[in-house]
Design a binder for this molecule. Structure first.
Ligand SMILES: Cc1cc2nc3c(=O)[nH]c(=O)nc-3n(C[C@H](O)[C@H](O)[C@H](O)COP(=O)(O)OP(=O)(O)OC[C@H]3O[C@@H](n4cnc5c(N)ncnc54)[C@H](O)[C@@H]3O)c2cc1C
Length: 361
């Protein structure tokens, strides 16, 4: 069987890896040379967490994903996933806290609300009087560039600087095609209801001596704030800076026209957060980059075969929270290519949820 994978970012590299392991002859095409910083899979770190506020149905996939990240680390002798725990912070009724708690309870996860004293032990974070924090133990961060490189190293045929301009270019030359084009998906499948959103990642300098921000002492976190929406961040990975960002609230864009310059004005809320809500972090910016989310209307992914051409599998539209699932989504895509079905529950990711009469995604 010969399979073309369009896109060698997170989802395409994972799909290629999982297909190659099954002995499938897979060719992965990318418009650039992955890992690169032009799409959605760059910027040093991605949060991994298990008590999932976005819906409890994600939890079995996350548990499987954790095992597959470990498998990839062993196969490639790389260090990709570091477990630090995650603090989910906000008012008790917020989605961030209540949603995570609901998933944790339903699946018996190692996650619990912290007392004020327990929270104070995390010196790096300053919380407001109305906030509570849930600690999700099975959480941490993945290194995205290293992960993509590791997965591509397991895919024997990667064609860099090779954009596929239309599905017609490949459908007749291969037995199956996987579209994993991230923010570019609409160029190949224009009727999907996808919206690309620009996001800013910013690194601020760590003050001398703030060793409580190291990964062995400081977890990843997501905090629901009044003035800046959901802000998330990481421990310091280089000992000199900490990365923080806002989840959503970015401007609508597309990959051709996205403005990759970051302005001082848009950094203001993050600068305030760094200074006010983190201890040991200054408001001195050391680096800022842009990235793209590819959002569906309900922010669940798309992992499905095209109804009118089941040889084409779509894996994308990760709506800003897909990286942690990368290996399991790659394996599901391999199932859909090889068997037409998967044993995992992917009903929430079906294309049929967008169907209106006459639609042909
Ligand atoms: C700022 C930011 C923070 C994030 N934080 C998290 C997080 O903490 N945790 C988490 O789980 N997720 C997070 N995400 C989401 C996650 O990173 C994405 O869901 C994931 O990286 C998407 O992978 P992808 O393969 O769909 O897209 P990409 O990695 O962008 O890959 C698409 C690839 O397709 C190639 N391509 C496109 N068109 C063509 C074509 N026509 N022919 C050939 N190649 C083509 C592109 O060059 C690109 O390499 C974040 C995303 C961003 C932007």
């Amino acid at each position: 069987m010969r399979v073309a994978v369009i896109g060698g970012g997170a989802m395409g590299s994972a799909t290629s890896w999982r297909l190659a392991r099954r002995g499938v002859e897979v060719t992965c095409f990318d418009r650039y040379s992955p890992p690169h910083a032009m799409g959605s899979s760059h910027g040093e770190s991605r949060i991994f967490r298990t008590a999932y506020m976005e819906g409890e149905w994600y939890v079995p996939l996350l548990q499987e994903s954790l095992g597959l990240w470990r498998e990839l680390e062993v196969e490639t002798s790389t260090d990709l996933l570091t477990l630090t725990g995650a603090l989910m912070i906000g008012p008790a009724s917020s989605t961030t806290v209540a949603g995570a708690l609901q998933s944790a309870r339903k699946h018996g996860l190692d996650a619990r609300l912290l007392s004020g004293r327990e929270l104070a032990a995390y010196r790096g974070i300053v919380v407001g009087p109305d906030d509570v924090a849930l600690l999700d133990v099975q959480a941490g961060f993945v290194r995205p560039e290293a992960a993509v490189a590791a997965m591509l190293s397991r895919s024997p045929d990667v064609k860099c600087d090779s954009p596929v301009h239309s599905l017609d270019e490949v459908v007749d030359r291969f037995d199956a095609v996987v579209v994993a084009a991230g923010a570019w998906t609409s160029e190949l499948l224009p009727t999907l209801p996808l919206k690309v959103e620009r996001q800013v990642l910013a690194w601020f300098a760590v003050e001398p001596g703030a060793d409580w921000l190291r990964p062995d002492r400081f977890p990843v976190f997501i905090r629901e704030t009044k003035d800046a929406g959901d802000v998330y961040g990481f421990p310091t990975l280089d000992g000199t800076s900490v990365k923080i960002a806002r989840h959503h609230d970015g401007e609508a864009t597309d990959p051709t026209h996205v403005d990759r310059e970051v302005t001082g004005e848009e950094l203001k809320p993050l600068r305030t957060f760094a200074k006010r809500d983190l201890r040991g972090v200054s408001d001195r910016l050391t680096r800022a980059v842009t990235c793209m989310y590819t959002n569906t209307p309900d922010e669940a992914f798309i992992v499905d075969r095209l109804p009118h051409d089941p040889r084409v599998v779509v894996v994308s539209a990760c709506s800003g929270h897909g990286f942690k699932f990368t290996p399991v989504i790659g394996d599901i895509a391999a199932d859909l290519v090889c068997d037409g079905v998967t044993r995992r529950d992917i009903s929430h990711f079906a294309l049929s949820r967008f169907a209106t009469s006459g639609d042909r995604p």
